[in-house]
Unconditional design. Sequence first.
Length: 237
Amino acid sequence: MNMPSLKRETRYGMPAADQIMFNRHYVLGYSYYFRQAKWALEIIDPRNPEVERKDHFRPDYRIPEMFRADLVDYKNSGYDRGHLVASANKTETDLQNSETFLLSNMSPQRKQFNRDIWRELETKVRELNEKSTILETYVICGPIFYFDQAVESIGTEDDNDVSIPIPHAYFKSILTEDNKGRLHMWSFIMANEESDEPLDTFQVSTTLVEKLAGIKLWERLVGKKIDKEKSKVRKLW
């Protein structure tokens, strides 16, 4: 059943999750099993005067303690607290930027991945949103686990702490509405590792993302045209 949109980010759909976090400027679906977000959904804001990056990393106390990530889980792990909703996407106010530093919005990413190829993709999405023909840009991203491969983790699993599985890869799916009312999709899957490959190497169909991430994307959009768009690998540049 389609539920009414509680937030403008959910206009075209919102996947299921153990706990839905309705933040002020994005929506997030949290997985108790993976101790991290299953997906994070946002609308890219127009370029605004930039506020200073807050770096206010902190636990999200809305999540039950037994499933909640804490700062100690990442300490000395060798992994970055990788943003799903990028800090640079939310720069209009201090509060808006600070909200992206909740640990519910973090996932353990290799340093070279987080600071290079993942950041490059985030930048390209902002550039897409700045085109004069684009009215609105929706983005959903999250981790992917391959269960035919070993899954490592950070943190410790005992009575007072949690173990956070390290994703093998990440997906990002982009949906734009242009000034003629047309909808277009682009999707990516990127291994959680350093890469100097061009970004278009990682483009895949939205249908493949759904299969590997185990979620339904943009499910309020239906029909043969949408099915065709989801199965297409559309070049972003």
